[in-house]
Write a protein that binds this ligand. Structure first.
Ligand code: MG
Length: 459
């Protein structure tokens, strides 16, 4: 079913997503881009796209919709999402559009709409665009006010220069790190290998040809998907490996022993380095992150601000309170001195910087972190039963310490916790637990799954 006829909200947690030519059709994208162009009030808009098979064509459709509304479009072609975000701000655009479905399978595509601050637009602005689209109240320009599209290829150099300006290049050069980059056949191939090599690293790449069919692996960089990278790091004797998703805003790291680590643990390493130089600064992370983030902050006399899950909440919170570092469990690192959005190339450069300042191996740095184990699962639940199921669980857990920043996070007396959140993308409730032992984490997930199954109604 085309998104044009789908009832309910069109924007999900990360922009609009749909199956190419089935849900996300060219005519839908054209009209929706007219609604976006109207929202941007005929201003200057940056457009970039990922490496999916349909992305160049859909980006041209976006250009057409925007210029029809009088917007002046700067079209940068293949680009990572963090590149589009960074340049939207740097070039003082009224907004930006990234044509990407991030880590979704190859048959998907999508649109991320970016504000003039280079961060995704807020939910109420998404709603305004949706309403404009539904009411077909977009404003096409008079014949002599139609905008035009200018192609630009200088953005990549400006983006790389900003990352490099935040790294001590001399130290990076001295350490002569060897790094394997797995770009998932996505646009990260354009940024991370070049950034690391210009910083003096010896870079080996895998899956670095852009191919929208994602022939090597699914574009979601979760530790279970990264055997090829682990093998590459081990066989080449590299210092570390880094894997991105399809639009390279996320980075998951593999240590020198070939072990892949969850994003909140690599974030904790970056946090430890950052707070050593800037003790007392506030750190921002979603409630789904490991408490290792909190323990590292406490060591440096710092505090953590916990947000709802979703990159925009981390970015906007950092902006609001003036924090300079944020991170997510899925491999998002937000480094404010460069740009406060999650950025895979910036994350890779930071890990290179940390290693170049220390004599230890990455595996040793990970081993020194406090150890926690996590476990996750989900329970099918119709969207209209999610709220009542959550409320029922909340009532039953009233004797525990409960955090309702996003869903329900229940703290146990031994400081293990379980987070129960309605999924934003499917009819299910997600359960995520962290504890001092793997067994305890699994046990918590099992217990809350059984509890939820009493109240959830599967579809
Ligand atoms: Mg992404």
């Amino acid at each position: 079913m085309s998104l044009a006829t789908r009832p309910g909200r069109l924007f999900g947690t990360n922009g609009i997503r749909g199956i190419i030519n089935e849900e996300l059709t060219p005519d839908f994208v054209l009209e929706f881009s007219q609604a976006i162009g109207t929202f941007f009030q005929a201003g200057k808009v940056l457009v970039g796209h990922d490496g999916r098979t349909s992305s160049p064509a859909l980006a041209s459709v976006v250009d057409a919709g925007l210029t029809a509304c009088g917007c002046q479009v700067t079209h940068i072609g293949f680009a990572t999402t963090p590149m589009v975000q960074f340049l939207t701000k740097k070039w003082k655009m009224r907004g930006g559009v990234a044509v990407t479905a991030s880590h979704n399978p190859p048959e998907y595509n999508g649109l991320k709409v970016i504000g003039d601050d280079g961060i995704e637009i807020e939910a109420e602005d998404e709603l305004r665009i949706e309403e404009n689209y539904r009411a077909k109240s977009w404003k096409l320009a008079e014949w002599d006010k139609v905008g035009h599209t200018t192609e630009s290829s200088i953005g990549l150099e400006e983006y790389k220069a900003s990352i490099k300006a935040n790294i001590d290049q001399e130290a990076a050069r001295r350490r002569k790190l060897k790094v394997v980059v797995d770009a998932a056949n996505g646009v990260g191939a354009l940024t991370t290998p070049a950034v690391l090599s210009e910083l003096g690293c010896k870079v080996l790449t895998i899956n670095a040809n852009i191919d929208g069919t994602f022939p090597a692996r699914q574009p979601e960089p979760v530790p279970g998907n990264l055997q090829q990278l682990s093998e590459g790091v081990r066989s080449s004797g590299a210092d570390f490996g880094v894997a991105h998703d399809g639009d390279a805003d996320r980075a998951i790291f593999v240590d020198d022993k070939g072990v892949a680590h969850w994003g909140d643990h690599s974030f904790a390493l970056i946090e430890d380095w950052f707070l050593s130089a800037n003790p007392g600064e506030t750190i921002v992370t979603p409630v789904s992150s490991s408490q290792v983030v909190d323990q590292i902050a406490k060591r440096h006399g710092s505090k953590v601000v916990w947000t709802k899950v979703g990159s925009i909440h981390v970015s906007k919170t950092m902006q609001r309170i003036g924090a300079r570092l944020g991170g997510e469990e899925n491999g998002g690192i937000f480094y404010g001195p460069h740009h406060p959005v999650r950025d895979g190339a910036m994350a890779a450069a930071l890990i290179a910087k940390i290693l170049s300042q220390r004599s230890e191996a990455l595996s040793t740095l990970f081993r020194k972190l406090p150890t926690f184990y996590s476990s996750k699962d989900k329970v099918p639940c119709r969207n209209d039963f999610k709220a009542s199921a959550l409320e029922a669980v909340r009532k039953l857990t009233s004797k525990f310490e409960v955090d309702t920043t996003d869903g329900i996070k229940v703290w146990q007396p031994d400081r293990s916790w379980v987070l129960i959140r309605p999924s934003g993308t499917e009819p299910a409730i997600r359960i995520f637990a962290e504890a001092k032992t793997q067994q305890k984490a699994k046990q918590l997930v099992r217990r809350y799954k059984a509890l939820l199954q009493r109240f959830a109604k599967g579809s």
